[in-house]
Design a protein around this ligand. Sequence first.
Ligand SMILES: [Zn+2]
Length: 161
Amino acid sequence: MARLTRGHVSAVANEQLSGKQLVALAIEVSDYAVAPHSRFHVGAALESEDGIIYTGCNVESDSYGLTICAERVALTKALSEGARSFNRIAIIGIQYDENGVPAKQEHGITEIDGLGPCGACRQLLWDHCRDIEVIGGTSNGEVGRVWRLANLLPDAFHIDR
Ligand SMILES: [Zn+2]
């Protein structure tokens, strides 16, 4: 099992993590979400080709449009540490209420059956990761849905490098 170390590179696995283990890392890092406006805490765990897991949480701004998603935090951490090839990313979201406890809602954003990345993140992930596996985790730690990024962003824009 990967050991989670707070702060920088998130985990190094000796053997490939299960999807559920990757979701668990995404849930753990979502504790650090800075989301005073939405109270929607998102965590992402991006696995590089050599088995390093880079995690990220969402960081909101008082100027709402400047908010940065968890996926892009994980991606930029990875790129800034030299990673260039990736296998998978797991994403989860947990809605908290005004008292800081996970919200129970009729239509259950907490029970969401697999959170997918927003459009901007799909493009950034495509730019740097190409057709990776995307694991939409649930807030209770299950693998909800699994996609290929090419299916989430068909006919994606890119410039050949
Ligand atoms: Zn996003």
